[in-house]
Design a protein around this ligand. Structure first.
Ligand SMILES: Nc1ncnc2c1ncn2[C@@H]1O[C@H](COP(=O)(O)OP(=O)(O)OP(=O)(O)O)[C@@H](O)[C@H]1O
Length: 644
C-alpha cells in the first residue's frame, strides 16, 4: 500500500505531505493497521483539497469521485502504473467495506487515545488539529446563539421603521436587522448585489441606536483578503453617505475594514495571532464580509479572540465556492437557508418587530433541528442583476440547476441576444482550440486599454504622479479577466497565461519571466512582505532607465513598489482560476472550461465564475455539453459543523 501511495505521489496524484504522514504512521503502527495508514494519507490529501475531514461514507460509496482521483492532469503513464482508489482500498484488506473500516479505526491506537493523531466522529475522519478547530467553532457559536439579548420588539420596530420606512411588503433586509438584535451571532447570506452592505449599515445603526445612554459600541469590519477589505470599506462608506436617518449615530459606524490577519495581528514565523483567548480583541461587534472565503483555521482563531460578550456577524454568498484552504464554513452553517426553517417562536418574535408577517412557508415546527438557521437571513433579490436578464438570469439558472433555458442559450446565445436585448451581455463562444484566432482577438481587444495605459507613463519623475499611473493600471486590470476552471493543460490557467503573454508582448514575454506589463498574483501569504495569497500586482518601470518593480495597491489606497526578486511565489495573472477569483469582480469576465469533463466542474464553480462579471460575461469552451454536466454536479461539503 505504501508503494502505491509512493507511486501516486511520484505522479502528482497526492502531495509529499500526504505520503510522509502515511510513512510516519506506518513506522509507529503494527502491520495490521494498513487501512488506518491509508485513510490517514487520504485525510491529509482531502485537507489539501479544502475538506477539513474525510467523509468515510462518501469515500466507500464513490472513492474516485470523493477523492477526485485520478487528477484532471493525470498522465497516460500514471494511468497505466497507478492503481485506482477503489483498488487500493480493496487491497488493504480483502472485501473492505465502510463497516470494516469503522471497526478497524475504532480499535486503532492512532484514533483512540486523547492525543492520537486522528479523530473519528460520526463516520468522518479528522486530523486532530482540524477536529479541534471545528469543535472550537461549534462550541463558541452555540454559546453566542444561546445568549439571547433583551430587546423590546416594540422599541425595535420603531427604530426599524425609521431606518427602512413604512413597510408594505416583506423586507428580508429588515428581518436580518431584527434577527441580529436577538443574539450574539448572525449570518446574512445572498448573491451579489442583494443588499448585504446596505443592510449591514442599517444593522449597525440599529445596534448603536438601541444601546441607549451607554458608550458607543466598538465595531470592527474585516474580510479575508485585502481586496475584499478594500471593497467593504468603499461600499460601507458609500452607503453611509446616502443615509440621512442615522445622523445621530453616523459617527459611531466605522468605514475602515481590515484583513482578518490584520484584525487578529499576525506574529512572525507563527500560525498564532497576537489576539487570542488570552488577549481578546477590544471590540463589541465584529463583521466579516466574504465569509464564504474564511477557512476553518481562521474562523477558529477569530472566535477564540472574540470576547464572550461580542457579536459576530457573517456576510457572504453561501452558494459560492468555499475557501481555498479547508473550510466551507458558511456553506455548512447555512445550507437550506432558502427554506427559512424558522421556529414558530422566532417567527412570532420577528413578526412583532414588523408590520408585514413572514411568509408562512418559512416557518417550521421542527425548526430547532436547524440551529444556525435561527440566526440566518437569506436575500434573493439582487439590486444589481435582474434575474430575468443577462448575467442575473444565467447565474440564477445555474444556481437552481435548471437545464431548459441553459440548453437554449448554449445552443445559440447570439440568436438569443439578437432577439432580446437583455441577453446581449452574455455570450457563449464554442471554439475548437484555445489558441483559436477569435480567442486571440478577444484577448487583444480586452487588454488594449491596459497596454495603452502602460505606455502612458508620466514623464516627470514625481513619485505621486507615478503612483497615480500605477493605481490606474491596477484599476484597469479589473476591466477584463480570463478565469479558468483548471490550472493545467491546454485550457488551463498556466497555458492561457503563456499564450496571452506571447500575444500581447511577443518574444519579450517568452524570453524573460519578468517583463513590463505582466500582472502577477501572489500565491502564498508572505507575512514579511505583508502580502496575502490572492493579492494582485503589476510589473512596471517607474522611469525608463529604472529596474522593473511590482506595484501593489495597499488597503489604504496607496502604492507599494517591490523588486521582483523579493517575490518568490507568484503566478502571471492574465488568466486566473475561478477559485482564486473569489472576492473579486471584473467588468468583462471570460470563463474558460476544459475540453473534457473533470470532477471539479460543479454548479458552484460555474456560479462563482459567472457572478464575477459586472457588465459582460463570455463563456469559452470546446464542448457546451460540459456545462450541462457541471450544472448537475454539486460540491459535496465535508465537515461536521452542522451536526447536533
Ligand atoms: N432596499 C434597498 N433600497 C434601495 N437600494 C438598495 C436596497 N438594497 C440595496 N440597495 C442598493 O443596491 C446596491 C447593491 O447593494 P449592496 O452593495 O448592499 O449589495 P451586496 O449584497 O453587499 O453586494 P456584493 O455582495 O456584490 O458586495 C447598492 O447600490 C445599494 O445601495
Amino acid at each position: 500500500m505504501l508503494a502505491q501511495l509512493q507511486l501516486w505521489y511520484q505522479h502528482g496524484w497526492i502531495r509529499a505531505i500526504d505520503l510522509s504522514l502515511a510513512q510516519q504512521l506506518a513506522q509507529q503502527l503494527d502491520d495490521d493497521q494498513a487501512t488506518v495508514v491509508l485513510l490517514a494519507a487520504l485525510v491529509s490529501y482531502q485537507l489539501g483539497r479544502g475538506h477539513p475531514c474525510l467523509d468515510l461514507a462518501q469515500l466507500y460509496a464513490a472513492p474516485e469521485q470523493t477523492l477526485g482521483l485520478p487528477p484532471e492532469h493525470a498522465s497516460v503513464e500514471s494511468l497505466q502504473v497507478c492503481q485506482m482508489p477503489h483498488q487500493v482500498l480493496a487491497n488493504v484488506s480483502a472485501g473492505m467495506s465502510l463497516q470494516n473500516a469503522l471497526e478497524v479505526l475504532l480499535c486503532s491506537p492512532a484514533v483512540k487515545p486523547e492525543n492520537s493523531p486522528l479523530v473519528l466522529q460520526q463516520q468522518r475522519l479528522y486530523l486532530r488539529r482540524y477536529f479541534c478547530y471545528e469543535q472550537q467553532i461549534k462550541t463558541d457559536l452555540a454559546a453566542r446563539m444561546a445568549s439571547l439579548q433583551q430587546v423590546n420588539p416594540k422599541h425595535l420596530k420603531q427604530v426599524l421603521d425609521e431606518l427602512f420606512g413604512q413597510q408594505q411588503t416583506i423586507s428580508w433586509q429588515r428581518t436580518a436587522c431584527a434577527m441580529a438584535m436577538r443574539s450574539l451571532f448572525t449570518i446574512v447570506t445572498g448573491g451579489p448585489g442583494t443588499g448585504k452592505t446596505y443592510t449591514v449599515v442599517r444593522l449597525l445603526a440599529t445596534l448603536q441606536k438601541l444601546r441607549g445612554q451607554s458608550e458607543p459600541l466598538r465595531i470592527r469590519l474585516a474580510a479575508p483578503t485585502g481586496k475584499a477589505a478594500a471593497r467593504m470599506s468603499e461600499s460601507i462608506g458609500n452607503e453611509l453617505l446616502t443615509l440621512a436617518s442615522i445622523d445621530d449615530v453616523k459617527a459611531d459606524i466605522p468605514t475602515e475594514a481590515v484583513t482578518l490577519h490584520r484584525l487578529l495581528g499576525t506574529l512572525p514565523n507563527s500560525r498564532g495571532f497576537r489576539h487570542n483567548k488570552d488577549n481578546p480583541l477590544h471590540t463589541d461587534v465584529v463583521i466579516i464580509d466574504e465569509a464564504s472565503m474564511v477557512d476553518i483555521e481562521m474562523m477558529a482563531a477569530v472566535v477564540q479572540a472574540l470576547p464572550s460578550h461580542a457579536r459576530l456577524i457573517l456576510l457572504g454568498d453561501k452558494d459560492q465556492l468555499a475557501s481555498v484552504e479547508a473550510g466551507a464554513i458558511l456553506g455548512q452553517l447555512c445550507e437550506q437557508a432558502e427554506h427559512g426553517h424558522y421556529t414558530p417562536e422566532l417567527t412570532n418574535w420577528l413578526n412583532a418587530t414588523a408590520d408585514v408577517a413572514l411568509p408562512a412557508d418559512k416557518t417550521d415546527a421542527d425548526g430547532e433541528n436547524w440551529p444556525y438557521l435561527q440566526h440566518t437571513t437569506m436575500f434573493h433579490e439582487s439590486r444589481r442583476f435582474d434575474p430575468n436578464k443577462g448575467i442575473g438570469k444565467l447565474a440564477d439558472e445555474v444556481n437552481r440547476q435548471q437545464r431548459t433555458w441553459l440548453e437554449k442559450w448554449l445552443r445559440d446565445s447570439d440568436a438569443m441576444a439578437a432577439a432580446q436585448a437583455e441577453f446581449d451581455n452574455i455570450r457563449m463562444r464554442a471554439v475548437s482550440r484555445p489558441n483559436h484566432q477569435s480567442v486571440q482577438q478577444m484577448v487583444e481587444e480586452g487588454y488594449a486599454p491596459l497596454l495603452t495605459l502602460i505606455q502612458a507613463r508620466p514623464e516627470s519623475s514625481s513619485a505621486a504622479e507615478t503612483d497615480v499611473w500605477a493605481a490606474d493600471i491596477l484599476k484597469q486590470l479589473e476591466q477584463f479577466q480570463i478565469l479558468t476552471a483548471v490550472r493545467e493543460g491546454e485550457w488551463g490557467m498556466h497555458q492561457f497565461n503563456q499564450r496571452i503573454s506571447y500575444w500581447l508582448f511577443g518574444d519579450l514575454a517568452a524570453d524573460h519571466g519578468w517583463f513590463e506589463g505582466r500582472p502577477v498574483m501572489v500565491t502564498h501569504n508572505d507575512y514579511s512582505l505583508d502580502l496575502r495569497n490572492g493579492d494582485i500586482g503589476i510589473v512596471l518601470r517607474r522611469q525608463p532607465n529604472e529596474p522593473l518593480r511590482v506595484a501593489f495597491a495597499t488597503t489604504e489606497g496607496n502604492i507599494r513598489w517591490l523588486l521582483p526578486s523579493r517575490l518568490t511565489q507568484v503566478d502571471t495573472a492574465f488568466a486566473m482560476t475561478i477559485h482564486k477569483s473569489q472576492g473579486s469582480e471584473f467588468t468583462h469576465t471570460v470563463m474558460v472550461l476544459p475540453e473534457h469533463d473533470v470532477p471539479i466542474l460543479t454548479k458552484e464553480l460555474l456560479y462563482t465564475g459567472i457572478t464575477r462579471a459586472k457588465e459582460q460575461f463570455t463563456l469559452l469552451c470546446a464542448n457546451p455539453q460540459l456545462v450541462l454536466k457541471a450544472v448537475e454536479r454539486r460540491i459535496q461539503r465535508s465537515g461536521g459543523l452542522a451536526d447536533g
